[in-house]
Design a protein around this ligand. Structure first.
Ligand code: NAD
Ligand code: MG
Length: 383
């Protein structure tokens, strides 16, 4: 039995993970759950799954939870989340927190030598170099939950070092695929939230509409698999049936296919190295008929270009990129920034904050805070 801790339990990935766990009660003991502030939902989950320890990052929400729930211990604030990770005796932590807030818990888990099932791609975008060094030093594994990286993890698994030439990530293209830059000027929040193939949390859904999500994923793949950026490609594939491809030195290219359903990569990461039944429709290619592929349009979707440029700059650049993106997406979702303002804010933030070397996690926290300040100013200027 694995002792499992789920961070970000109330979100899209978190709730699907609880579904995966409920289907295999003999495989897991749930040692804790966390959320930011949705205390009622978190308490309901703790009751339903018999969990005795929860953490809410928002201290007020934690205080309310402690009044409402006597079934176990409630930890509060950022320190509460750190304690939950460090003291729960977990064998595996699923990090399904959204944004750079997920970096701290990833660091704590790896420092304790605990394996991490990583949905929080921002951990690697912000701190990839240090996070991978930490994993190496403590021997704690990172198992990707992101569908493309889960596919790559499975494809690369049987191959000898040195045989993999190229990784290719597929992108659905989001709800605005095929539109020109001019046609994106006045898109609404509702339209941007209507993703064609995946149902996900708000932030990643907007990232998918701007293609920033694929940019973040290129950086995530670079750190997870140690592949140079010029050997990581992106292809738009609207059906989201092929999740990733690996090209080998002998000319063979391996692909990973399946209906888009996050329970598949979640189950893979949680049960790894075992495989279990997941109730998804069998893939019938004759029924699907055609799979389409096209290059991404970097003029209409500059976020992918900005992410690649930051990746090449290295150091703090991807941390700055991520922080500016979080500020811009938040501003777009709350109606304070237009859709094309998202890349504009990120670009201007990157210009104002040149990449610096990363010496420690403190360098990253400082760059993150500075980038948020500059990006917020840039949102105001554009408004
Ligand atoms: P979500 O918004 O649905 O859920 C986020 C969870 O994190 C919630 O439980 C929330 O309470 C918690 N949270 C938010 N801010 C927090 C903070 N500051 N401190 C602590 N906890 C906080 O997000 P999601 O769609 O489930 O995505 C989670 C992560 O997984 C993201 O990094 C996303 O990029 C990645 N991911 C998601 C999907 C998907 O299908 N949803 C697919 C691939 C990767
Ligand atoms: Mg993905």
């Amino acid at each position: 039995m694995k002792r499992l801790l789920i961070l970000g339990a109330t979100g899209s990935i978190g709730t699907q993970a609880l579904d995966v766990v409920a289907r295999a009660p003999e495989a897991f003991e749930l040692v804790g759950l966390s959320a930011e502030r949705s205390h009622e939902a978190l308490i309901a989950q703790a009751r339903a799954h018999g969990v005795r320890r929860i953490a809410l990052s928002d201290a007020d929400a934690a205080a309310r939870a402690a009044e409402a729930w006597t079934g176990g211990e409630v930890l509060g604030g950022p320190e509460g989340l750190v304690r939950l990770v460090a003291e729960s005796g977990a064998d595996l932590v699923l990090n399904a927190i959204v944004g750079s807030a997920g970096l701290g818990p990833t660091i704590v888990a790896l420092t304790e030598g605990v394996d991490v099932a990583l949905a929080n791609k921002e951990s690697l975008v912000v701190g990839g170099e240090l996070v991978m060094a930490l994993s190496e030093a403590t021997g704690a594994q990172l198992i990707p939950v992101d569908s493309e990286h889960s596919a790559l993890h499975q494809l690369v698994d049987g191959e000898r070092p040195g045989t993999v030439e190229r990784l290719t990530l597929t992108a659905s293209g989001g709800p605005f695929r095929g539109r020109s830059r001019a046609q994106l000027a006045d898109v609404t929040v509702d339209a941007a939230l209507r993703h064609p193939t995946w149902a996900m949390g708000g932030k990643i859904t907007i990232d998918s509409a701007t293609l920033m999500n694929k940019g973040l994923e290129v950086i995530e793949a670079h750190w997870l698999f140690g592949t140079p950026y010029d050997r990581i490609g992106v292809v738009v594939h609207p059906q989201s049936i092929v999740h990733a491809l690996v090209s080998l030195c002998d000319g063979a290219t391996l692909a990973h296919l399946g209906h888009p359903d996050m329970r598949v990569p979640i189950a893979y990461a949680l049960h790894h190295p075992e495989r279990v039944d997941v109730p998804v429709r069998t893939l019938d290619l004759a029924e699907i008929g055609a799979l389409e592929f096209e290059p991404p349009d970097l003029d209409a979707f500059p976020c992918l270009r900005l992410a690649r440029a930051a990746a090449e700059d290295g150091g703090t650049a991807t941390c700055v990129l991520n922080a500016a993106n979080e500020v811009a997406v938040h501003a777009f979702l709350s109606g304070r920034l237009d859709f094309m303002g998202i890349p504009a804010v990120i670009e201007s933030t990157l210009e104002q904050l040149p990449a610096a070397r990363v010496h420690s996690f403190d360098t990253l926290y400082e760059a993150d805070a500075e980038a948020r300040r500059i990006a917020a100013e840039s949102v105001e200027v554009r408004a």
